[in-house]
Ligand binder design. Structure first.
Ligand code: ATP
Ligand code: MG
Length: 566
């Protein structure tokens, strides 16, 4: 490809909206362009990379026996009502009506569509197991679209769905997808970690997320070096540390004027935060009630665990307002479980504590020497957020913490959708049995940007060879120089046969051209300069920034060889 015909649109500075390196670089390299918040166009260079990632995904999915189809993004409301998700999915679902007032949504995911398809197409158990996938555009009206392709409102996803006769079948399908994902992300060059995950909106039980490790990742993960346990913090549990139990002391009220926060109380009463308990009041909009959640004073509550305990939805759970707190006859900053007139959920750790401090439900007062079971009742479950150095739930060693970008997630759905939507097969006894399902997503566009996040330096992107938009670029210092032009053309003709190569025929300063290719991240650069007549070129490796003078034949052979080895 000749650079003069490539619509290269590199930028010196990234637009203000871009905050993280990978977003800045994709915009500056002219790989993507922003349309409106959370909506991007792929320009020629970016699209080539996207296609390469898609190709890896297709190869591995096909290899695992999955069948590719393509569905519409438009989905009729009726199917979502049937699955029970039309109301439950929340404001992320982009809903609209057509001219006949029939309601639709733009698919954020395709469980309903695939389940509907399979219930209509498959009747006999002979067709099972079945695994089908698509690579298709998804829509989610994200609350905060940001970081470019990382969290956009329109994005490319590979979604696959498996249909099995029974649990054992699902286990095998799930494991096969787990292995396939491991191959896909390895081939994309990502440093990643599969972690145990919560199942969120999709439902069912059993899930893993694939996390590209990165400081800018929105997900926190904990893992254990000793035994390999790894989980998203939303899901992570920790071994309960038994604290020594004191003899119960008498409940007492203490005057704590204006001392509302845990920090204020610990200073005022000169106690450790570990002796205090926070009472958080939430409004659960799904079950339309106020509930109290108790965690130790120095802990954070984990909203996902709360939602699971309440059988609610994270989009429909909010901390109560002061007014709502007042409706329980208590006061913000002085809330406590004793005598509280709402359902109380008690973190496991709190249920083990003795003689702790809570709000007294009376302005400017707290209670000391409070004990669960004696002074109040409640449902005990794991509700707190796990932190670094908590103990591994499997082996008891301290947990480490890292941040990750969720590039993929796999779920065991079981019969959640096949039950609701009657996706059944007929067994040997002639009975209708619901198929046992799994679903498997990869954020294709998010994966592309995650690669940039892991492969860049101050000069630009450093694409791994197999994902780079082109393998090599030939840069004559001056294309109008006869010898340089002749040699460039010769190398171009040779490399064009077996590799993806660019000839920079632009009439621009060499420094300008070098900067462009470094920013765009082409793995190999061949510079034809003063020694062109002798057939000597400068050869630059974008990964290592290594630079050497070699014969043009050698340069060609290095590039051809490394492309062949891909
Ligand atoms: P997140 O927790 O990041 O919002 P999710 O768990 O809701 O993602 P899934 O329903 O598991 O996402 O979708 C499958 C994959 O699609 C995700 O693993 C992620 O890589 C990608 N993805 C999800 N939402 C977005 C988005 N807004 N922009 C880009 N990619 C996304
Ligand atoms: Mg997910």
């Amino acid at each position: 490809m000749k650079a003069s015909k490539m619509l290269i649109s590199t930028l010196k500075e990234a637009p203000q909206e871009a905050k993280i390196d990978s977003h800045i670089l994709l915009l500056r390299a002219g790989m993507i362009k922003n349309q409106v918040a959370g909506v991007y166009q792929f320009l020629p260079l970016g699209l080539r990379v996207l296609h390469k990632i898609e190709a890896i995904i297709r190869e591995e999915m096909d290899h695992a026996g999955s069948l590719e189809i393509l569905c519409s993004a438009l989905q009729p409301k009726e199917l979502w009502v049937e699955s029970g998700r039309w109301m439950k999915y929340g404001p992320e679902l982009m809903r609209f009506s057509d001219r006949h007032e029939r309601e639709f949504c733009l698919g954020p995911t395709h469980e309903e569509i695939f389940t509907d398809l399979v219930r209509n197409l498959v009747k006999s158990s002979k067709s099972l197991p079945l695994n089908i996938y698509q690579i298709q555009t998804k829509y989610r009206d994200e609350l905060r679209p940001r970081f470019g392709l990382m969290r956009s409102r329109e994005f490319l996803m590979k979604d696959a769905y498996s249909f099995d006769k029974d649990e054992a079948g699902l286990e095998a399908s799930y494991q096969s997808m787990f292995d396939t994902y491991t191959k896909i992300f390895t081939r994309c060059g990502l440093h990643f970690q599969p972690v145990l995950a919560d199942t969120g909106n999709i439902g069912g039980n059993g899930s893993h997320q694939f996390m590209a490790l990165s400081e800018i990742g929105e997900s926190e993960i904990v893992y254990c070096d000793a035994c390999g346990y790894a989980a998203d913090v939303e899901k992570a549990t920790a071994k309960l540390v038994e604290t020594e139990k004191e003899a119960y002391l008498n409940l007492e009220e203490v005057h704590t004027p204006n001392q509302r926060t845990i920090e204020e109380i610990t200073q005022f009463l000169k106690v450790d935060a570990k002796k205090t308990v926070k009472t958080l009041i939430y409004h659960d909009y799904v079950n339309e009630k106020l509930v109290a959640v108790l965690v130790r004073g120095d802990r954070e509550a984990n909203p996902i665990k709360i939602v699971n305990a309440l059988n609610s939805n994270e989009n429909y759970l909010e901390l109560a307002t002061d007014e709502e707190i007042r409706s329980l006859n208590t006061y913000h900053g002085f809330v406590g479980p004793v005598g509280l007139s709402c359902d109380i959920y008690v973190d496991l750790e709190v249920s083990q504590m003795t003689n702790f401090i809570v709000g007294a439900n009376k302005l400017d007062y707290h209670l000391i020497h409070v004990n669960f079971g004696r002074d109040f009742q409640g449902t005990v479950c794991d509700l707190r957020k796990v932190v670094e150095n908590d103990l591994c739930p499997v082996c008891g060693k301290p947990l480490q913490q890292e941040r990750g970008i969720e590039v993929g997630q796999i779920f065991k759905l079981q019969t959640k959708y096949s039950d609701a939507m009657k996706c059944t097969y007929v067994n040997e006894e002639g009975k209708n049995i619901p198929m046992v399902m799994g679903c498997y997503g990869i954020g294709v566009s998010r994966t592309l940007q995650s690669v940039v996040e892991q492969y860049h330096d101050e000069f630009g992107i450093k694409w791994p060879l197999n994902l780079a938009p082109y393998h090599a670029v030939i840069v004559p210092i001056n294309y109008n120089d006869e010898a340089q032009q002749a040699l460039s053309n010769k190398i171009y003709a040779s490399l064009s046969k077996d590799t993806e190569v660019i000839l920079d025929d632009r009439n621009a300063k060499p420094g300008f051209k070098f900067k462009d290719w470094e920013l765009i991240g082409i793995p190999y650069m061949i510079i034809c300069g003063k020694r062109s007549e002798e057939g000597i070129v400068e050869f630059k490796n974008r990964q290592t920034l290594d630079k050497k003078e070699i014969s043009f034949e050698e340069a060609i052979s290095i590039i051809k060889k490394s492309v062949q080895e891909l």
